[in-house]
Ligand binder design. Structure first.
Ligand code: GAL
Length: 352
């Protein structure tokens, strides 16, 4: 047999060869195992949005993006929100960023804000409802958030900016938009790209105001809706503006309402219930309306928080496609559902 013919020098060569390659092979195996553990290549793709349930990100952790807002940059959606995971440094306030191509599977891109209280704010300060706008002229990502003291008496917006959607945002300043009190904020980007801030001005109501060209200021008031509403969200759908707001009941859910107008300057109709009022919006509070313009259909998603004030890290999300059109808007009973972001089509599962 061939093997018998191997002489000593060949034998030594083979032994050395094994010695040389063995550690290399070992490192390769270690590397592959590391990649396997840390990559999402093998993570299970989710296909169903399940309102009210734990929503795992690509690493398997419940998404922490409460009171959030979403923007789309090319084919990627970015979801920013309050990071309320357990075990964070209580002196800091965090804003998380997640990315997705399909609005269902989200990859955590990091905490884009990790902030100590700025200037004179003291411990117990509040940073809530972050919303990010992308300014195509300055190529900057501009974040607005509600900033406050622990008694919610400061009532201001804060601004932070970044050159990337998921970089470290730099805090710029805080102020009262157009000199008014501002607590809950919402964001709205119209079909022509104009950016607006919705904010709750406790003594007067619900304000909608246009941002300046560079988005670094709130420039022009469009509407003051004299209604005690917060959690403001707006969508422009088939020639009508629909605005949604919740009543002022803190973390406790209430019956969210909507009104419509042909112009952001109003006049706005009376506010009507978006769901059977006794359900208190199925235990949720509005934060945003997402418009998915597909090749076959345009779908409007109601994006809301189901707060758990004592265990905020476990607060859930209620996302449902709305029944909307001709001045009417209705939130169907929450059910698991599927979305095709390309076509805009949805299918509600287990419809009862
Ligand atoms: C809610 C508001 C939340 C948070 C909470 C504090 O009314 O929507 O964002 O500020 O009050 O109690």
């Amino acid at each position: 047999m061939k093997r018998k013919n191997i002489d000593h020098s060949q034998k030594n060569y083979l032994m050395n060869k094994n010695k040389i390659y063995h550690p290399v092979l070992k490192s390769i195996i270690h590397l592959l195992v590391f990649i396997f553990i840390h990559s999402n290549l093998f993570a299970q793709k989710q296909e169903i949005i399940k309102p009210g349930e734990i929503w795992p990100d690509a690493d398997g952790n419940h998404i922490q993006a409460h009171g959030g807002g979403i923007i789309k940059i090319e084919n990627t959606y970015f979801w920013y929100g309050e990071q309320r995971a357990e075990g964070l440094d209580p002196t800091l306030r965090y804003v998380s960023c997640y990315a997705s191509q399909d609005l269902i599977n989200w990859k955590f891109r990091g905490n884009v804000i990790k902030m100590l209280p700025p200037d004179t704010l003291k411990s117990g300060w509040v940073l809530e409802r972050p919303k990010v706008f992308y300014n195509a002229k300055t190529k900057k990502y501009v974040m607005y958030f509600h900033i406050d003291d622990k008694h919610y008496k400061v009532a201001q917006v804060g601004i932070a900016v970044c050159n990337k959607p998921d970089g470290e945002f730099e805090y710029v300043r805080r102020f009262r938009p157009l000199g008014h009190e501002s607590r809950d904020i919402g964001q709205f980007i119209d079909d022509d790209g104009t950016a607006y801030l919705v904010f709750e001005d406790r003594p007067f109501g619900f304000r909608i105001a246009r941002l300046s060209d560079d988005y670094m200021d709130v420039e022009k008031e469009m509407s003051l809706i004299s209604a005690p509403l917060e959690g403001g969200a707006i969508v422009h759908y088939k020639g009508l503006y629909y605005s949604i707001g919740s009543a002022l009941t803190g973390w406790t859910p209430n019956a969210n309402k909507y009104a419509t107008a042909t112009s952001l300057e109003g006049p706005w109709t009376e506010f009507k219930d978006i769901a059977p009022p006794e359900t208190n919006t199925y235990g949720s509070q509005s934060t945003m309306l997402i418009k998915v313009v597909g090749t076959k259909k345009t779908t409007i998603i109601f994006m809301a928080d189901m707060w758990k004030p004592k265990t905020q890290f476990d607060s859930r999300y209620l996302w449902m496609p709305l029944e909307i059109g001709e001045g009417k808007l209705w939130l169907p009973k929450p059910q698991p559902w599927k979305l095709n972001v390309k076509t805009g089509e949805v299918s509600i599962l287990d419809k009862k």
